[in-house]
Ligand binder design. Sequence first.
Ligand code: ISC
Length: 485
Amino acid sequence: MYMAYLSSHTDRLPDHKELYQFLVACQQASLEKGCTQIASISVPIPRVDPLAVLQILGGTQSFQFYLEKRKENEAILAIDATIYAELEGINRFQHAKTVIHNYLKDTWIWLQQNQTISFSGPHFFCFFTFFALNQPSPFRAATIFLPRWQVAFRENSGTVVANVQVDPHVNIKRLLQDLYNQIAEIKFSEHKPSSLTRINCSPFIPPKSINTEAFKSAVVAALNFIDANEFSKIVLANAVDIFSHQPFNLVHSLDNLRQRHPDCYIFCASNGKGQNFLGASPERLISIRDHLLVTDALAGSAPRGRTASEDAEFGDRLLGSEKEQREHQFVLDFITQRLSELGLIPQYLPAPQLLKLSNIQHLWTPIQAQLFTNVHPLDIVAQLHPTPAVAGVPTQIAQEQIRRYETFDRSLYAAPLGWIDYQGNCEFIVGIRSALIDSNPSSLNHDNTYRARLYAGAGIVAGSDPDKELAEIQLKLQALLKALL
Ligand SMILES: C=C(O[C@H]1C=CC=C(C(=O)O)[C@@H]1O)C(=O)O
């Protein structure tokens, strides 16, 4: 499927001569096959902060992806696309799978022997909109790209992956020199002046508050349908716009988010046209490492208490609530059934536990399954998205009702975002607690302001109280707002 080359050289920087020969071999293959080849070169480096690299190498005109989980001490950043595909339509997951498969056929992988470095080899970054049949949105239904630069760390070891196109006309010597120069720049990125410590003092215009009455009426209407057995659960979201006279500072917002939400996945997907979708999501859709699949059933919420005893009381009440347990059970049943349909055997504890985040706590059941069969990560994503944690039960009806009640486009909100590597390892999160920020000067509003749109939702089941659901989404939105300001 792909060609792997293991260098005998185990030093940190690849040997110039060996790498030169590897690239010459790629060029030869390109000549023989009559098509461009991709060389994917992985180099271990000391750990660097991906946000410092984003600050230096990132731009508004390139695809980008960032995912960091502080609790697990790992992060990955992808900048610029060596190759990419943007897809539409209901078969987007299947098409994305074919795209990746075809790219890998022409990919040559350079790895350094004796070093099982984390995040080495080519990784494909993917983001999908919530709805397959997308309304006009800054993001297409599916975006897949192999980055020019990938910078990652797990614990104390860092990795750079460079993916380059090699055709018969490429000057290999110059290509190699550029690679060495760029790797050196990445390695020293943290020593460059950075705005990570800068206080963002953009003069924000007070946010347009949620149309609280419209949200509550949607909840009441949904409850009537639930009573009439039209459906059992729906997740209704709301969007709030904030405006600024200055462009939003992406790196600063991400840095803020990771400090405020160390237990969440901090993420950002950029479409290369100045639009960035970022957030702090607690929800993993799937991760696969060495054939072990892990996914989360996450639904049912309560605020954190102001004191330890209040917090414990809220937690106990959440665990003991029949309504919250039911809301959670819909998600668990759906995920386990969908995994079983793929021939997998999901394993999980009989009762949910509490996932305590900085501003909110949830009912959480982590689920594991061993992948014995050759099931592709995107087959699992297609099977699981959207779970009842973000859509409802039954899925199809809930999605139709969401379209009816929500007056804004979900775009990447509550959608799968992540990466897949060449060996079938992957990590996909669910893009909740998120915001779409526009840094493109050409999309300034008529009053010369930039817009950020913040999204959050809540699950509605029989017994939901419209006021409490509103309070829940306000709590979620507040956490985001603080990070952007
Ligand atoms: C849909 C969202 O959260 C979901 C995930 C966890 C708990 C949820 C809840 O309790 O309603 C939601 O199902 C969101 O934050 O926008």
